[in-house]
Design a protein around this ligand. Sequence first.
Ligand code: ADP
Ligand code: MG
Length: 263
Amino acid sequence: MPDPTPADAPVITISQLSTRFGDHVVHADLDLEVRRGEIFAVIGGSGSGKSTLLREMILLQRPNAGSIRVLGVDLKDISDDAALALRLRWGVMFQHGGLFGALTVLENIGLPLREHRDLDDAAVDAVAAEKLALTGLEPEVGAQYPSELSGGMLKRASLARALALDPELLFLDEPTAGLDPESAGEVDQLVRKLRNRGGLTIVMITHDLDLLWQLADRVAVLAEGKVQGVGSMAELAQIEQPAFRKFFDGPRGRAAQERARSQ
Ligand code: ADP
Ligand code: MG
């Protein structure tokens, strides 16, 4: 489907977004813009509405008010056909992997291809194997079941599935959460590799200070229902307000900053 939006148009534009659960206000007139080709991160305290925001961007949840445009399409009152067309243009890596336990890794990666591409079994397996290799997993892993994989391998297999349809936009929810430092570093490298392939826009939710310092082009800080500020980590590090300081002060914040400097 041709994309009528110009190349420099934002990939995601959110304006005046409001979300409530009962009388608990999660987003209050929140505005946000994601540019084409950038690695954009959303950070904020627990319960600040990051996952809810992600679910709203990928049509899993509706806001109470406001507008969300993704890849030039307004999500409000979107038709089923238009929603399907959009889902084929983005990939999502969920926090807990979201792979089907009854399918092998290769079958999981091939699933979107089987459903949405006119390919025979051999061609599906070939593309799935290519995505598996891209994420650095050995070919043998393709025959294994999700329950047999370590946390780091699961994240990579889940990423391989998110990449199956060659998306323009990739959403990552806590891509390194729960991983040991070595596996987290491998996921870091993988995201870096994806960025270098060009053309892909990545939106990630993360607490991982190394990932933020080393890979994020711009970071949005979510608090009190709004985006309190957007900028590079170096820019945000200059801001004195408490909502920002907690990400930069303390031993972990400073150590990540040091590691990024010495890269
Ligand atoms: P974060 O990902 O930043 O930790 P969430 O987006 O998961 O935060 O949640 C934001 C707030 O909304 C939390 O207070 C959470 O309890 C509440 N919340 C999220 N989903 C629901 C839901 N389906 N029903 C009621 N409250 C919810
Ligand atoms: Mg969350």
